[in-house]
Write a protein of this length. Structure first.
Length: 289
C-alpha cells in the first residue's frame, strides 16, 4: 500500500541520488562539497525554524544526542568522500551500502527490536543485486587498505545515524531535529575542513551552482523527506530502501554526464528493487507501514 511516508522516502532518495552525479563533475573537493552542502541547507532552514518557533526544547539535555546525530551524519559524508578520493566511487558506494546489515544487527543488539525475516531476506537479495550492479571485477579488486576501512566505517556511521535519528524523531518534530542536527554537522565539517587545509573560496560559477543544488536538493529537501519517513517507518526498511539511490544515480548520470547503462547494471538494479520490495511484504492481517 502506498502511503505518505513511502512517497516521502521515494522522493527523498531521488533527491540524494543527484549528489554522486555532482561529485563526479569534480568542481570542488569532496570535503568542501560536504561542508557547503550542510552549511547552505542550515542557512536556509534556521531562519524558517526560528520564525515558526520550532527551536524550543523541553530540555537542553536532548541537545547532546542531537549533536551526536549531527556528528554521525557529518562523519559519514566526510569519511565517504575521503574513501572515494583514495579508491573509487564504486568501491566506496558498495561498502557504504552495507549499512542495512548494521542497522539490522544494531536494532537487535541495542534496541530490543528483532527485524522480520522479510528484512533479512530482502537485504540478502538487495546486496546480491548491489554486487551484480557494481560488477564482479570490483568485488575481486577490493583491497583491505585504508580506503576499504573508510568505506566500511561510512556504512557504520550511516547505520548509527538512521537508528539514533529514529529514536530522537519519536520525541521531536522533523524540522526541530533537522535544524539542530545540521547546525552541529556544519560546525563539525567546518573544523574538519580547516584541519585538512581546504580552501573555502575561489570556486567557479559552476561550482557554486553545484554547491547550491547540493545544499537545497541533496540535503535540505532530501533529508526533510527522509527524516519524515524515518519518523513514521521502521529504520530497517528505510536503510534498505536507501540502496535504491545507486539505481537513481545511474539513471541521472546517464542523463547528465552521458554515462552508459549496461545490461549488467540493469540486471543488478532489478535484483536490488526485488530485495527492497521483499522487505515491504506483509501478510494481509498485518497493517503496518
Amino acid at each position: 500500500m502506498i502511503t505518505k511516508p513511502r512517497i516521502a522516502l521515494f522522493l527523498g532518495i531521488l533527491c540524494i541520488s543527484i549528489f554522486p552525479v555532482i561529485v563526479k563533475m569534480n568542481l570542488t573537493s569532496g570535503l568542501i562539497s560536504a561542508f557547503y552542502r550542510m552549511a547552505i541547507a542550515t542557512a536556509i532552514i534556521l531562519p524558517f525554524a526560528l520564525y515558526k518557533g520550532k527551536l524550543k526544547l523541553e530540555s537542553f539535555k536532548i541537545l547532546l544526542p542531537i549533536a551526536f546525530c549531527g556528528i554521525l551524519f557529518a562523519s559519514d559524508i566526510a569519511v565517504w568522500n575521503i574513501s572515494i578520493q583514495n579508491s573509487s566511487a564504486t568501491q566506496a558506494t558498495l561498502l557504504t551500502n552495507l549499512s542495512p546489515i548494521w542497522v539490522g544487527l544494531f536494532s537487535f543488539a541495542f534496541l530490543n527490536y528483532r527485524p522480520r525475516k522479510s528484512f533479512w531476506l530482502g537485504t540478502f537479495i538487495a546486496l546480491i543485486g548491489m554486487m551484480v550492479f557494481v560488477g564482479i571485477d570490483t568485488i575481486l579488486d577490493l583491497k583491505l587498505d585504508f580506503a576499504f576501512f573508510l568505506g566500511v566505517l561510512s556504512g557504520l556511521f550511516y547505520a548509527l545515524y538512521i537508528l539514533a535519528s529514529k529514536k530522537l524523531l519519536a520525541k521531536l518534530e522533523v524540522i526541530t531535529f533537522i535544524t539542530y542536527s545540521m547546525i552541529f554537522s556544519t560546525i563539525f565539517l567546518f573544523i574538519i575542513n580547516v584541519c585538512f587545509g581546504e580552501q573555502f573560496s575561489g570556486f567557479s560559477n559552476e561550482a557554486w551552482v553545484s554547491l547550491l543544488v547540493q545544499g537545497v536538493v541533496c540535503q535540505l529537501i532530501a533529508w526533510l523527506l527522509i527524516s519524515y519517513a524515518t519518523q513514521q517507518m521502521r529504520p530497517t526498511r528505510v536503510s534498505l530502501s536507501l540502496l535504491s539511490q545507486a539505481i537513481f544515480a545511474m539513471i541521472l548520470a546517464a542523463i547528465f554526464v552521458n554515462e552508459k547503462i549496461t545490461g549488467v547494471q540493469m540486471l543488478g538494479s532489478g535484483i536490488i528493487l526485488l530485495g527492497i520490495a521483499t522487505t515491504f511484504y506483509e501478510k494481509k492481517s498485518i497493517e503496518k507501514i
